[in-house]
Design a protein around this ligand. Structure first.
Ligand SMILES: Nc1ncnc2c1ncn2[C@@H]1O[C@H](COP(=O)(O)OP(=O)(O)O)[C@@H](O)[C@H]1O
Ligand SMILES: O=C(O)[C@@H](O)C(=O)COP(=O)(O)O
Length: 424
C-alpha cells in the first residue's frame, strides 16, 4: 500500500468531514479512531484520517497525541501530513493549533507551514487573514458563543500568533490568484523572515487547488476540508488509476435508529426544533446532567426503550447560549462540558444496549465521547448526507453499526430527518 496522504484530525466530526471530502475527490480513505492497534487490518487505501479528541485538551497532550499519529502515518508511508483543524479555527489562546503546528514543523524541519481553515462549500472563506463564516466575520458568527472555545477574533494571523512560538505571516488572495509560483515566492520571503506558519487566503475552490499543489512541496500543512480538497485534487491527478469518487457502499444494517445532540451551535438548535415537529425528542436539563448524570441517563434510556420500536428518537442536551452560560457560571466551562459529554457517552452505550444500530451524534466533542465509549476502532466512509457529513460504517466492530457524526455547525434544518432516511 502506498499512502498518498496522512491526516491527523483534532476531533471526530472533523475527521469524518475530511474523510468525506477526500473520498469525493477520488482518494480511497479510511478513518481510524486514534492510532489503530497492531491487530487493526488497515484496508488498501490512499489516505488515512486518524481522528483524535485533541482540540480542547491541554496543549502538551495534544502535541503528544499528534506526534503519535504522525509517527504511525509516517510508518505507513505518508509523505505529506495534513493536520485537520476546524473550519471555524476552534481553539483558545493556549492552543492547540499553534503548539501542534510548531511541534510537527520542528520535527520535520519544514519551512513556513501553510494554514487555512477555508471551506467554501460550507461558507468558510479567508480574506487578508480574516475568517468569514458566511457573510460575517468569525467573531460576529454564532461561534462567538461556543461552549468550549468561543471565537472572538476573526484575524487568524493574530489568533495563530498568540498560540505559536514562531512568528506568523500571511499569503494574501492576490498572491494566491497569481498561482503556485507566486505563492512559492511569497513563502520564500516568509521563510527568510523566520515565519513558522503562514495563514493563506482562499475564497474559491480554485484557490485551494493552488494551495494544495504548493503545500505538497513540504511535509506538513494545516487546514480544514477545503485544504483536503486541494491536496486530494493534486494527489488524485497524479495517480495511475484514480477512483471516480463513487462510494462503494453496502446495505444498511438492521436495528433501531436514534440521535444524540450535544452541540449547542445555532444550526443544531434549529435542527432539534425542526425534529420536534416530526419525531419524539427528549430534551435533557443541563444542570441535572452535571449534578446527577447517571439518573438522567437512566431515565432517558427508559424513555427511548418505550419508543425505539416505533421509529427514530432524538435525545438532546444542547442549550441556548444563555442556558450554557448559566450552567457554566455554576460549574465552570470545562467541568460542565466534560460532565455532559460523559453523560452523552453513557447515553450512547445505553442506546446500543437497547438495540440501536444506527446512530447520529451532533457535536464534535460529543461524538468523540460517544465513539470512545462504544470502543469503535475505525470507519469506512459512505455517501454524503449533508456537506461535511458522511454516513459511516464501523470497521471490525460487533455489532456492525452505521453512524453519522455531525459537526455542530453543519447540515440544514431538516438534518436529522435526512440522516435517518439515509440510514434506512
Ligand atoms: N446545555 C448545555 N450546557 C452547557 N454545555 C453543554 C450543554 N449541552 C452540551 N454541552 C457541551 O457543549 C460542548 C459542545 O461541543 P461539541 O460537542 O464539540 O459541539 P460542536 O460540534 O458544536 O462544537 C460539549 O462539551 C458538550 O458537553
Ligand atoms: O471543519 C469543520 O468545520 C468540521 O470538520 C469540524 O472540525 C467540526 O468540529 P465541530 O463543529 O466541533 O463538530
Amino acid at each position: 500500500m502506498t499512502l498518498l496522504l496522512g491526516c491527523i484530525a483534532d476531533d471526530y466530526t472533523g475527521a469524518s468531514d475530511l474523510a468525506n471530502t477526500l473520498t469525493k475527490a477520488g482518494l480511497r480513505t479510511v478513518q481510524t479512531i486514534g492510532v489503530p492497534a497492531a491487530d487493526f487490518a488497515l484496508p488498501d487505501v490512499d489516505a488515512v484520517v486518524v481522528a483524535l479528541k485533541s482540540r480542547s485538551i491541554p496543549a502538551t497532550e495534544a502535541v503528544a497525541l499528534s506526534r503519535g499519529a504522525r509517527d504511525f502515518l509516517g510508518g505507513e508511508g505518508a509523505r505529506h501530513i495534513l493536520f485537520k483543524i476546524c473550519s471555524t479555527f476552534d481553539s483558545t489562546d493556549a492552543g492547540n493549533i499553534g503548539p501542534v503546528t510548531d511541534a510537527l514543523r520542528a520535527d520535520a524541519s519544514a519551512g513556513p507551514v501553510l494554514v487555512t481553515p477555508a471551506f467554501p462549500e460550507t461558507g468558510r472563506t479567508v480574506y487578508f487573514g480574516h475568517l468569514f463564516v458566511g457573510a460575517v466575520p468569525l467573531n460576529e458568527s454564532p461561534l462567538k458563543d461556543h461552549p468550549l472555545n468561543p471565537m472572538t477574533d476573526a484575524n487568524l494571523v493574530r489568533v495563530m500568533a498568540r498560540q505559536s512560538a514562531a512568528p506568523v505571516g500571511l499569503v494574501d488572495l492576490h498572491t494566491v490568484a497569481r498561482g503556485p509560483e507566486a505563492v512559492r515566492s511569497r513563502l520564500a520571503v516568509l521563510a527568510q523572515e523566520g515565519k513558522g506558519a503562514a495563514i493563506i487566503d482562499a475564497v474559491f475552490e480554485r484557490d485551494l487547488e493552488t494551495i494544495g499543489a504548493v503545500a505538497l512541496d513540504e511535509p506538513l500543512s494545516v487546514g480544514a476540508s477545503g485544504l483536503g480538497l486541494g491536496l486530494a485534487r493534486t494527489l488524485a491527478a497524479g495517480r495511475t488509476a484514480p477512483t471516480d469518487g463513487a462510494v462503494r457502499w453496502g446495505a444498511s444494517v438492521p436495528g433501531a435508529i436514534a440521535a444524540i445532540a450535544g452541540s449547542c451551535s445555532a444550526a443544531t438548535l434549529e435542527q432539534i426544533a425542526r425534529a420536534e415537529e416530526n419525531m419524539p425528542v427528549l430534551r435533557l436539563a443541563a444542570e441535572q446532567l452535571v449534578t446527577d448524570g447517571a439518573a438522567v441517563v437512566a431515565e432517558a434510556i427508559g424513555w427511548a426503550r418505550e419508543r425505539l420500536a416505533h421509529g427514530p428518537v432524538l435525545i438532546a442536551a444542547s442549550g441556548t447560549p444563555q442556558e450554557v452560560a448559566a450552567v457554566q457560571a455554576r460549574h465552570g466551562r470545562h467541568a460542565s462540558g466534560l460532565a455532559i459529554e460523559q453523560a452523552s457517552a453513557a447515553l450512547a452505550a445505553g442506546l446500543v444496549e437497547a438495540g440501536v444500530r444506527r446512530l447520529v451524534v451532533a457535536g464534535g466533542e460529543t461524538s468523540g465521547a460517544c465513539v470512545d465509549r462504544l470502543g469503535i476502532a475505525g470507519f469506512e466512509v459512505g455517501p454524503e448526507i449533508a456537506a461535511g457529513v458522511p454516513l459511516l460504517r464501523t470497521v471490525a466492530y460487533a455489532p456492525q453499526m452505521l453512524l453519522a457524526l455531525k459537526s455542530g455547525n453543519f447540515g440544514g434544518p431538516d438534518f436529522f430527518a435526512r440522516a435517518f432516511a439515509a440510514m434506512s
